[in-house]
Design a protein around this ligand. Structure first.
Ligand code: ATP
Length: 877
């Protein structure tokens, strides 16, 4: 049946679907939804909790460990086996809960990113989740929309749709409304239909939903394509590669430990178990998973701050952003336009004057905008257009009566490339009036006369341009209005035919106050070594006034215009973008060139955008940022992040959060690698020093569980460092192991091993009953001393304060208590082969932990002394 919709007339379609052009009632729509199900593509099922849990055990090393433990239990001590299995299970459970939380955070993000549709309910537009559409719903579409279901079009005003998602054809298709009788038309030729998943590139239209969900054309091919997996982030890829290399090293060391054990006459099976436990404990196989968990949970925190992450790697990239290119309107400004100044009949004024020209200007303001009102009479629509509606209303003119006097017969929608729009209206005497409004210089170039005192007069362009510049220099967005009378309905309604030979009517100066948060956010950027830039379609003088007000640049600094970029060769553009901060009268195509030029300079660029034509630049930017409120579906689809509040300050907050998450990942990696290197070195070096095997398998696994578990996780709760937005962005190519991380892991690991082995050597000779418990407890406590110290790479723990990360403090106390239980609870002594330590010996273990803490504090102190010069170097870019 799908094939026949295009063949039917609009009337037949409405009749067949028992609906009207004013849409279904909410009740009827809900009833139909019960029958047809949601308008969604069948999603690939997510990972079930059970699969996630099983996934924790599928690591090859863990399986071998469990098998070896079971075998050794069968021939030897069953209690050992049980403890080993319990520890491994506990470890898996912690991993499972983390992953489960992350998965839920991601599901919530996906739900937030779900598309919406504008449908008519009793003729009034209402916004709904697109999944609620049913056959028979009347849907409004306009430029920038992704079509939410298969529609048979009833209205199409210059409607053009890019159907490349469906047909591969990238030239947009002009849509029509009449029936197409041919039965077997290919999709691309069914021009009276708009298909789900395709993008409206121009104009607007109204269509009746004919198919939803998997029954749409898009649904059919979606079935064929399946869904792509989420890609790994660069950090995950790097850690994966690193982890594989490290695993090899660890396995070799474990092999050596095993062989030297055998040579020294240790029994094979327990020795094998020891080597295996060491491998399981020391191979950081969970690092990539930890990264995705940290990113997912970070994305959830960002959502609470109105930044919706669409692609997880963006969280990681945000931390290294060096340039933020922002739109002006609505992002740096409040997007609450109001008409503040008028110019008509040769004079500027703050309120409309009287006379035939003023009357025509007010009439134009009343009927030529596309803003509407909601049920409560509240204006909705593009703020520029809303400003006209409100100003007309204040002058006592209402749209309904305006439309009765001057019914609209055709229109040429606004386009940010053309920078103007036109509406055509039927006059009572049979003539047609076209009203064109747009950027002053664009419009004046198309005017040939001026309306003065109710008659057409000669046009004095320089005087008018100067009047517009005066408004723009006050930071106002200036619209020029021109009119033209036609004998009847013009035969050709195209910009080329209609938007010329106009009579200039007047200027409107619209004020859009800066957002109160924007100035401070720009100051934050500058402190953080991030360059804020403004890229606007507005007039250079308007742009400059707003930029100066926001502290983005000085009054004397130049403003680059789109015209200035036109035809500029790449090398010169590269030079230009190094210093430019404000771009004006820029079209979306220029944005793409600006991003590319900045990236050639090695910058990591976040760029905001809202329109259809912004999509290529958003895709190209390292972080494409779309507007959640004012933006189009197409821009959102192309973006990495959506600003739910359209606010520049939110981008800066997201960058800050990105930096915090990256810092915390580095902390975690630093901590885990050092823990592992301490354990490995202790066990590896002992036999070389002629000492017995320091730890038994259970002890190795216990240290791993205790220290990687709670304290490791609690590191993620570390608040942002105070200077997080006062240091330069991390260099884009920098490795996670940069700035001495690898060296730290080796040296601190060595120190831990030295302390443990020193105690072992001392006690083996003097107190054979205690030595193993000492080594075990020293290694455990040393991790706790370390975790407290690595909370910052530079700031001392005494400056941070113990209480500033309470979850971590709690984790440390709990872990210490568990270790003490293992040392002092008699039942556990048997399981863990421990002996209660006399107090002085326990004090020695605590002292060892303090040595580690002190050593790392010393390292930080040394770094603090170096840092000022390092910062200066980095910011002096
Ligand atoms: P920003 O970057 O600040 O968000 P923008 O790039 O969205 O601005 P556009 O919306 O492309 O800017 O507007 C460019 C120019 O087109 C404006 O300066 C104005 O003169 C004109 N203009 C904007 N909106 C309309 C409209 N609805 N009707 C007619 N002209 C408009």
């Amino acid at each position: 049946m799908t094939d026949t919709w295009h063949q039917r007339s609009a009337g037949e379609v409405l009749e067949r679907l028992a609906t009207t052009a004013a849409g279904l009632s909410a009740g009827e729509s809900a009833r139909r939804r019960l029958e047809s199900g949601p308008n969604e593509l069948a999603a690939t099922p997510g990972r079930s909790p059970l699969r996630m849990l099983i996934g924790q055990f599928t690591d090859y090393m863990i399986l071998v460990l469990i098998a070896a433990a079971v075998i050794s239990g069968v021939i030897g001590d069953l209690a050992d086996t049980i403890v080993i299995v319990v520890i491994v299970v506990l470890n898996a459970v912690i991993g499972f809960f983390q992953e489960y939380r992350a998965e839920r955070a991601l599901a919530a993000l996906k739900a937030m990113a779900a598309p919406t549709a504008t449908v008519l309910r009793g003729g009034r537009p209402v916004t709904l989740p697109a999944s609620e559409l049913v056959a028979g719903d009347a849907v409004l579409i306009d430029a920038g929309r992704i079509v939410p279901a298969d529609l048979r079009l009833l209205e199409a005003a210059s409607l053009r749709v890019n159907e490349s998602a469906l047909t591969g054809e990238s030239v947009p298709v002009d849509k029509i409304t009449g029936a197409l009788p041919a039965p077997d038309l290919p999709i691309g030729d069914r021009r009276n239909m708009a298909f789900k998943g395709t993008a409206v590139s121009h104009g607007r239209g109204l269509g009746i939903v004919v198919e939803t969900g998997m029954r749409t054309e898009f649904g059919r091919i979606a079935q064929l394509l399946g869904q792509a997996e989420d890609p790994e982030t660069p950090l995950q890829r790097r850690l994966d590669a690193f982890g594989r290399g490290l695993a090899l090293v660890v396995l070799v060391i474990c092999g050596i430990v095993f062989v030297t054990g055998l040579l020294r006459g240790e029994p094979a099976l327990p020795m094998f178990l020891t080597a295996l436990s060491l491998a399981v404990a020391a191979i950081p196989e969970a690092l990539p998973a930890v990264v995705s968990i940290a990113l997912a949970l970070g994305a959830r925190r960002m959502m609470a701050q109105h930044a919706l992450i669409r692609r997880l790697p963006a969280v990681e990239t945000l931390g290294s952003v060096t340039v933020i290119c922002s739109d002006k309107t609505g992002t740096l400004t409040a997007n609450e336009m109001r008409v503040e100044q008028y110019y008509c009949d040769g004079a500027a004024a703050t309120a409309p004057g009287s006379g035939p020209d003023w009357d025509l200007l007010l009439e134009a303001m009343t009927v030529s905008h596309d803003a509407t009102t909601d049920e409560a009479g509240f204006p909705v629509g593009d703020p520029t257009e809303v400003a006209l509606l409100v100003a007309a209303r204040q002058a006592g003119r209402h749209r309904a009566s305006g439309d009765a006097r001057l019914p609209r017969v055709a229109e040429l929608p606004f386009d940010s490339g053309r920078k103007c729009m036109t509406t055509l209206h039927q006059l009572a005497d049979g003539r047609t009036l076209s009203i064109t409004k747009g950027a002053p210089e664009v419009l004046l170039a198309r005017c040939v006369r001026e309306c003065r005192g109710g008659v057409q007069a000669g046009l004095d362009r320089p005087v008018l341009l100067a009047a517009a510049d005066r408004m723009a220099a006050d930071g106002l967005r200036v619209l020029a209005v021109g009119v033209r009378h036609w004998p009847g309905i013009p035969p050709e309604v195209t910009p080329g035919a209609i938007e010329q030979d106009l009579d200039f009517l007047g200027f409107l100066g619209l004020l859009d106050p800066p957002r109160p948060e924007a100035g401070p956010a720009i100051a934050d950027c500058l402190q953080a070594g991030i360059v804020p830039m403004m890229i606007t379609g507005d007039h250079p003088l308007t742009a400059r006034a707003v930029a100066v007000r926001l502290g983005l640049q000085d009054a004397g600094a130049p403003v680059v215009t789109g015209a200035g970029l036109e035809g500029l060769p790449d090398p010169e553009l590269d030079r230009l973008v190094r210093d430019a901060r404000v771009y004006a009268r820029v079209s979306p195509e220029h944005k793409l060139r600006i991003v590319a030029a900045l990236q050639r300079q090695g910058q990591v660029v976040a760029m905001t955008g809202d329109g259809v034509n912004d999509a290529p630049a958003l895709k190209r930017a390292d972080i494409g940022v779309a507007m959640g409120m004012a933006g189009t579906d197409v821009a959102r689809e192309a973006s990495d992040m959506v600003l739910l509040d359209d606010n520049f300050a939110t981008v800066v907050r997201a960058v800050r959060e990105g930096r915090r998450i990256y810092d915390n990942l580095r902390r975690f990696i630093r901590y885990v690698l050092t823990t592992n290197s301490g354990e490995i070195l202790t066990i590896f070096l002992a036999p070389l020093l002629g000492l017995p095997m320091p730890l038994i398998p259970i002890q190795i696994l216990w240290i791993n569980l205790l220290t990687d578990g709670l304290p490791g996780l609690a590191l993620a709760a570390e608040p942002a460092e105070k200077n997080i937005m006062r240091r330069p962005p991390r260099p884009p190519g920098e490795s996670v192991f940069a700035r001495g991380l690898g060296m730290h892991a080796v040296l601190v690991g060595l120190l831990m091993a030295a302390l443990a082995l020193g105690a072992q050597a001392w006690y083996v000779a003097r107190d054979p009953a205690l030595w193993q418990t000492m080594v075990f407890t020293i290694l455990c406590f040393a991790q706790l001393g370390h975790v407290l110290a690595v909370r910052s790479e530079e700031t001392s723990l005494f400056t941070l304060g113990l209480l500033s990360n309470r979850p971590l403090l709690g984790a440390v106390v709990l872990t210490a208590a568990l270790q003490l239980a293992v040392v002092y609870v008699p039942a556990l002594n048997a399981l863990f082969r421990t002996t209660p330590l006399p107090l002085p010996d326990l004090a020695l273990c605590i002292a060892a932990a303090t040595v580690i803490l002190g050593a790392v504090e010393l390292e930080k102190w040394a770094r603090r002394r170096q840092v000022p010069s390092a910062t200066a170097l980095a910011t002096g870019r």
